[in-house]
Design a protein around this ligand. Structure first.
Ligand SMILES: [Ca+2]
Ligand SMILES: [Ca+2]
Length: 431
């Protein structure tokens, strides 16, 4: 039986529907939700575009189903107020995997979103979100490269989020041959939460790209493993987990990465591009070009696990080595079982590079209550690397700086914002 599509009722109609159908529990759940606006319940694993009236709040693709693409196109056309439009998985739909390939017709965006940026691999995007919407796939629908072992078999970003008040949650194991979540320059109040992704190999290049101009972007509650691995630390990187790109002119404002787990698949294995085992990348990387800017970047309550254990390429846990950052907070994180080179390679919290012409410019940073466990160095007595490395002498004249650093986590666990009890030569603004 084809699942019922119960979405898109206006408030009054929704209330009437509740009264009329209250004896059917599943239907009640859908219709009550629609009382706050529109609910667009996906009941298909296709990528057919929307058909018919795009602003009646009724999700309908060219083949009569409600595809995720059709639901997003309807949401974009509705231009609802924040919280008004929700895309869910229909309660009686089994869910599954939406296969992604290189057929251009399956993409909402067929040109690269990378203009003005450095990471240029995304040839478009399968799904483009430009207006307020909550997309909650409830861990039931995934989008995946249909030929994961074939290079560049799905060469577009999966989600291009480029508008206001967009929440995406419950999206597991979603990847193409390029970027999973690409947050564009028009993005504001965008939240990506509550999911888990492990890629089958390194053909999936990046988990998240945040472009300059984006503001109030939150990544929270994700477990991330796999994806591409960088070459040497000095390379201009195009692969990894969270990357800031194209912010050399307009900064990223208020980027919050909180409560996530970034894990190297099979730590200690030789980096195997066919499985992503052992491949390492920074959890957050501002290194796509010199001078990527962010104002109020916060990296808090995350776990970063298993970096550099093989010692092939040395990567920072957070690579700010060539960025320009204002009022940064790195707090409450745990770095587990990571290895440092002991030689002149990346520190776990890196604000330096091998070049004085491109090291970080840091104006206000608080680093506190982070824990480092299972830490190793490859070279006993190595003195040039470290847990935290600040910009060197060559960068000292380039900006005023306010340091605030402690490296121990308090014995008493606490939630919410933690305040440094260590040296705070310059107070940072309240967050
Ligand atoms: Ca419609
Ligand atoms: Ca592939």
């Amino acid at each position: 039986m084809r699942p019922r599509r119960g979405g898109g009722l206006r408030r009054a109609a929704a209330l009437a529907a509740v009264a009329a159908l209250a004896v059917v529990p599943v239907v009640v759940a859908v219709e009550v939700a629609s009382a706050t606006g529109y609910v667009l319940p996906v009941d298909s694993l296709g990528l057919e575009p929307a058909a018919g009236n795009l602003t009646d709040g009724f999700c309908e693709s060219t083949v009569g189903t409600c595809t995720l693409r059709a639901a997003i196109e309807e949401a974009n056309a509705l231009k609802g107020a924040p919280g008004d439009v929700t895309i869910t998985v229909h309660p009686s739909f089994a869910g599954g995997v939406i296969p992604l390939d290189n057929a251009v017709g399956t993409r909402m965006l067929t040109t690269s979103p990378s203009s003005g940026a450095t990471v240029t691999g995304d040839a478009g995007a399968y799904l483009v979100v430009t207006q307020p919407v909550t997309i909650d796939l409830g861990h039931r629908i995934k989008l995946q490269d249909a030929a994961p072992t074939t290079a560049e078999s799905a060469s577009a970003a999966v989600f291009y989020l480029n508008g206001p008040d967009i929440t995406v949650r419950g999206v597991d194991d979603t990847y193409s041959s390029q970027t999973t979540f690409y947050v564009g320059p028009q993005a504001t109040r965008v939240s990506i939460t509550d999911g888990s992704v492990t890629t089958p190999n390194t053909d999936a290049k990046r988990f998240l790209v945040v472009r300059g101009g984006a503001s109030n972007v939150t990544l929270r509650g994700y477990q991330v493993s796999g994806y591409g691995s960088l070459g040497t630390a000095a390379d201009a990187p195009t692969q990894g987990w969270v990357m800031v790109d194209g912010a050399t002119v307009s900064p990223v404002m208020d980027l919050l990465v909180d409560g996530n787990t970034f894990t190297v698949a099979t730590p200690g294995a030789r980096c195997d591009t066919s499985t992503a085992a052992g491949c390492t990348a920074p959890a957050v990387n501002f290194n796509s070009a010199v001078g990527q800017q962010a104002t109020r970047f916060t990296f808090s309550n995350n776990v970063v696990r298993g970096l550099n254990q093989r010692g092939e390429n040395w990567h920072a846990g957070i690579d700010m080595g060539r960025a320009k950052l204002t009022d940064t907070v790195i707090s409450g994180n745990t770095f587990e079982d990571c290895q440092m080179s002991g030689a002149d390679a990346s520190a776990l919290i890196e604000m330096n590079t091998h070049s004085t012409s491109s090291m970080a410019v840091i104006d206000g940073i608080r680093i506190d209550h982070n824990a480092f466990s299972g830490l190793r160095t490859a070279v006993e007595g190595g003195i040039n690397s470290g847990v935290i490395r600040f910009p060197g002498i060559g960068g000292r004249s380039r900006a005023s700086r306010r340091w605030s650093t402690t490296t121990s986590r308090p014995a008493r666990a606490s939630s919410g914002r933690r305040r440094s009890r260590g040296c705070r030569p310059g107070a940072l603004p309240p967050r």
